[in-house]
Design a protein around this ligand. Structure first.
Ligand SMILES: NC(=O)c1ccc[n+]([C@@H]2O[C@H](COP(=O)([O-])OP(=O)(O)OC[C@H]3O[C@@H](n4cnc5c(N)ncnc54)[C@H](OP(=O)(O)O)[C@@H]3O)[C@@H](O)[C@H]2O)c1
Length: 264
């Protein structure tokens, strides 16, 4: 067996952009072979070109919300590489809306993409993974403490914390670890339309006790740590990667001293 064939294999959903793309690069640098999944083939091809030279990579264009997507992706990993060591359930959307502005279509889309898909991918991965493997879910600090206009997005990301725990209990005895990484705001296409709004900037920057906002590589480093042997006794956990946003009740000096303005 060649040295390349011994390398571990990671299946990453939503790998063609933003946080998933950074995860693909980090895991490739960490010695993983990569199966990159998203709906659009062109950005997947661009990722495959850009990965560290020498990385063995396959791509699969599919909608993770499809009922058979988990089985199809895991089968593709087994056919191409013969093993699966890390699953990263990252694909998601930024559909935040207040409760009163959430319709049935949005409810279904969020549940299908954020809960049912990771559930099905977990079930599919569990049938082939060996002891020492890991599953990482990308949740959100909104799913831990809530967030302005979080609506159903907060609810499904909270549900993902529950899925992480039930998977950890069920798969832990097989030596498969399941953990969740919860980013706060990270500048990607998902939140681009909100980025320059004053409220969004204040809620995120002025509540973060750190001198910068998160970048996709911060999340990718946490995922790599959990998927590597260095995380080998970490199971069922939620790891916030947020500069302290979710745990500190921090307010910048400017925010503390600002004059209160009543809401219209
Ligand atoms: N950015 C943030 O501030 C932030 C904060 C907390 C949590 N998160 C979470 O982090 C994850 C990644 O977010 P991001 O900011 O990197 O988003 P992004 O830049 O919009 O990228 C989303 C990725 O998911 C793929 N995707 C979306 N829907 C899909 C579907 N139905 N089937 C297959 N692939 C799909 C997209 O590719 P295609 O369009 O080609 O399918 C793309 O590769 C999400 O779960 C998100 O909720 C993000």
């Amino acid at each position: 067996m060649s040295a390349q064939a011994e390398k571990p294999v990671a299946l990453i959903t939503g790998a063609s952009a933003g946080i998933g793309e950074a995860i693909a690069h980090r895991l490739a640098r960490g010695g993983f072979r990569i199966l990159a999944v998203a709906r659009r083939q062109v950005p997947l091809d661009a990722l495959a070109e850009a990965l560290q030279p020498g990385t063995e990579v396959a791509t699969l264009a599919l909608d993770v919300s499809a009922t058979d997507a988990g089985d199809s992706a895991v089968d593709a990993a087994m056919e191409r590489f013969g093993r699966l060591d890390a699953l990263v359930n990252n694909a998601g959307s930024g559909k935040f809306a207040q409760l009163r502005r959430t319709d049935e279509d949005m409810l279904d889309e969020l549940i299908d993409l954020t809960l049912k898909a990771p559930f099905r991918f977990t079930k599919a991965a569990a049938r082939v993974m060996q002891s020492g493997s890991s599953i990482t879910y990308i949740g959100s600090t909104f799913g831990m403490i809530g967030g302005l206009n979080g609506g159903m997005y907060t609810a499904v990301k909270s549900g993902l914390v529950g899925l992480t725990r039930s998977a950890a209990i069920e798969l832990g005895p097989q030596g498969i670890r399941c953990n969740l990484v919860a980013p706060s705001v990270v500048r990607t296409a998902m939140i681009e339309e909100y980025w320059n709004s004053e409220v969004f900037g204040r809620v995120n920057q002025e509540f973060t006790p750190f001198d910068r906002m998160g970048v996709p590589e911060d999340i990718a480093n946490a995922v790599h740590f959990l998927a590597s042997s260095e995380g080998s006794f970490i199971n069922g956990q939620t790891l916030a990667v947020d500069g302290g946003w979710s745990t500190t009740k921090y307010l910048s000096k400017e925010a503390v001293l600002a004059k209160r303005v009543d809401q219209p």
